[in-house]
Write a protein that binds this ligand. Structure first.
Ligand code: PLP
Length: 449
């Protein structure tokens, strides 16, 4: 088929139904420019970005110094790799992050995305145990419905035995435990469920427990107060490494540099991406502690057997450093902490006004509204109803009313909100007003079913 026959040319979108983009009546906007907390499409329509693009535009759009810094770095050293070389922006970024991350999480390995950060963490944990004399510790425990990225394990198709050795066997090593959904609990003690899984698999086989401080998929599952300290204690007792996947939660999303800090835990590994540059450039990484760092330099010949050409790209690192400077100048963490309570009150107001809202959950600038058919009995929409309501109505109507957020049905149907961290009460109020209207309309639709 010639590209002329495809209504939108040559581009395929990620996780997007082809009918939403390539069909006769495409609903996906083509975005053209952005400023502050707003973005405009190619037809000039303005949208309030209530999702920070994809949980990543922390400082919002239109900060000229980000571009100036990128240009200056391009003029000086546009690229060098961290593969056998260092350069100043990566050194400076590692030092700046070490000041902001909790405890002894002060060693940094940079990559380009969240998925790569998670891959690096899994490999780091496996190699750590291999070097520490426990090569059977390969299994990884994570939580039901948790999203940690999409790469298939590029290593599996890599034909160089030396690169694979420390991670063999390259077969599924993943096990899943209940998450911390408090509205529809999967377990009465989710921290204990992690220990039970470790014992079931045999601690001598378990390498890593990885979880987000607040789980995104399913809709902002916050942890019980003692959850993270208990995971720390359980992992220590069984010799398992603990990782916080903070691809979403780090860099102010919860009002702190890291969710680990908020929940009083120092993991062995911490993965990040998205907000580290406020999405002005792709950059990710894994932070690790002294315990891991020591083992990884056991002998003169020891190295972390991992690498990526672009990891620690100097332009991305320079932009990340400017992002950190702007966080201070714009008082980003302070803004989130000053407004999160007010935002929560407004969201709870939506709950009071709309029976369709079954639960409001989250923290910081990271919230979800779970939609239900019958609040009293917590009855969920079935698949067909969910399709009608979320895909068929809410997603399109929100866009029509000029707001980008996410109506997600990967687990329970939820509306996810994750505004730029510079949003003030006027912007947050605008989000609430649009939701108020849409939820009212959704209820009317349901009544006509
Ligand atoms: N980990 C978490 C917690 C995420 O939310 C995501 C993406 O949303 C990833 C990893 C993967 O990040 P990326 O899309 O940059 O590969």
């Amino acid at each position: 088929m010639s590209t002329a026959e495809l209504s939108h040319g040559n581009l395929w979108l990620h996780f997007t139904r082809t009918s939403d983009w390539l069909g006769d009546d495409p609903t996906v906007p083509t975005l053209a420019k952005a400023d502050g907390c707003y973005v405009w499409d190619s037809k000039g329509k303005r949208y309030l970005d209530a999702l920070s693009a994809l949980f990543c535009a922390q400082i919002g759009y239109g900060h000229p110094s980000m571009g100036e810094v990128a240009k200056a770095q391009m003029d000086t050293l546009p690229f060098w790799t961290n593969w056998s070389y260092a350069h100043q922006p990566a050194l400076d970024l590692a030092a700046a992050l070490a000041e902001r991350f909790p405890g002894d999480l002060d060693q940094f390995f940079f990559v380009n995305s969240g998925s790569e950060a998670v891959e690096a963490a899994v490999k780091l944990a496996q190699q750590y145990h291999a070097l520490a004399g426990e090569p059977t510790r390969k299994l990884v425990i994570s939580r039901n419905y948790a999203y940690h990225g999409t790469t298939l394990g590029a290593l599996g198709v890599t034909g160089l035995p030396g690169l694979r050795e420390a991670f063999e066997p390259l077969r599924p090593v993943h096990h899943y435990v209940p998450n911390t959904n408090a509205y529809r609990p999967q377990h009465d003690d989710p921290a204990q469920a992690v220990e039970d899984k470790i014992l079931e698999l045999g601690p001598e086989n378990v390498s890593l427990v990885i979880a987000e401080p607040v789980q995104n998929a399913g809709g902002c599952f916050t942890p019980p107060a003692d959850y993270w300290p208990r995971l720390r204690e359980i992992c220590d007792r069984h010799g398992v490494l603990l990782a916080c996947d903070e691809v979403i939660t780090a860099f102010g999303r919860l009002g702190y540099w890291t969710g680990a800090e908020k929940y009083g835990v120092v993991p062995d590994l911490l993965t990040f991406a998205k907000g580290v540059t406020s999405a002005y450039m792709p950059l990710g990484g894994v932070a690790f502690n002294e315990r891991v760092a020591k083992i990884m330099q056991l002998e003169k010949t020891t190295m972390f057997v991992h690498g990526a050409t672009w990891g620690g790209h100097p332009v991305a690192a320079a932009v990340a450093l400017e992002n950190l400077r702007l966080f201070d100048e714009l008082q980003v963490l302070e803004n989130v902490r000053a407004n999160e309570g007010w935002f929560e009150e407004q969201l709870r107001g939506l709950y009071d006004r709309h029976e369709i809202v079954g639960d409001v959950r989250g923290t910081g600038y990271f919230w979800a509204l779970e939609l239900v058919k019958d609040r009293r009995h917590k009855v969920m929409f079935d698949d067909a109803e969910s399709e009608l309501l979320l895909r068929g109505f809410l997603s399109a109507r929100l866009l029509e009313l000029g707001m980008i957020c996410r109506a997600d049905d990967r687990d329970e149907p939820v509306i996810q909100l994750s505004p730029p961290l510079v949003a003030d009460r006027t912007i947050l109020g605008e989000i609430i007003a649009i939701l108020d209207q849409v939820l009212g309309e959704a209820t009317k639709r349901m009544e006509s079913w």
